[in-house]
Design a protein. Sequence first.
Length: 142
Amino acid sequence: MQYAVEDAGIPTADRLEHWARAAVDDVDASVCIRLVDRPEGTELNQTYRAGEGATNVLSFATDIDIDIDPKPLGDVVICCDVVRVEADEQGKAFEQHLAHMVVHGMLHLCGYDHIKDDEAQVMEARERVVLSRLGYPDPYTG
């Protein structure tokens, strides 16, 4: 875990790791989760995804094919400022939306995507299952 942002509402590293592991069925994997502020989120999104402004979560899957344990999956970067604003707009608790972003980012590292409708349905179904097991409601319902 890397905390590049000061936010009193961020859950413990153990909690974040619990969410991440739930998304990959507790497979022994190595992942860096970095929590950032809006300026860093904007810079990363522009540099690596040619996006405008900050986005809630970015995933960078490793392209290293190496047979070691734990297997390196990549990095997940979460912009806490964006997640907090989205949670407020959606009437959700920050922790609930943050858990969703951790799970969402981890699923991207595992090869899930949501660009095509059929892929989105598969990914969203997986998110619902994982978040339900963690005690959170369906993130896609009002």
